[in-house]
Design a protein around this ligand. Sequence first.
Ligand code: SAH
Length: 213
Amino acid sequence: MKDTFRHHGLRQQLVNVLKNKGITHTGVLAAVGKIPRHLFMDSGFLNHAYQDKAFPIGADQTISQPYTVAFQSELMQIKPGHKVLEIGTGSGYQTAVLCELGAKVYSIERQNELFKKTSKFLPKLGYRPKKLIFGDGYIGLKAEAPFDSIIVTAGAPFVPRPLLSQLKIGGRLVIPVGDDVQIMTLFVRKGPKEFEKEELGEFRFVPLLEDKN
Ligand code: SAH
């Protein structure tokens, strides 16, 4: 669990890469500059941790590309104290970014192995999401709804209805939609039954799978 001066330097380089790719949100850039991403990956992959690339984290899953994490986080428009739901905890890196932004984070993971690993790991780094849940993100988290924003970090073949209905009025859902390639899609809830939809380009994610395992 080492975080050295060298890691710090590599993170600043990564922050510059993200700035050059168009990320402007100062809180998001600060989070990327602070979170030791190399610790969210197996130690053998140290040299890859601060490249702008997705990477395997076990159980056939990946830690999202830093640009994707930053892009989605920026779209959420998080304010300190916001109640936020994440679907696909994975390594917990995105969860840590949400914590750094001051959100009260609820995060759901369907892979038990990752759920257990990340539940133990995040507090070691000082990150305390409100709740990590082993469950199926397709149904959201009705007990804690409504949310200021919801982020889906796996490719969804369709937009799960419960996620739209668990948003506050004014709330934002950021979700990559599609099978092989996904279109990053932003929904803003304008009224009980009104949603504004915006499509923001192509991304590639591992699939959002039905049910837990
Ligand atoms: N946010 C993660 C990205 C992990 S990849 C990170 O920063 O590391 C996507 C994750 O979504 C995987 O861990 C996968 O197991 C999980 N996932 C897939 N389908 C799901 C579902 N229906 N409910 C909850 N999690 C799901």
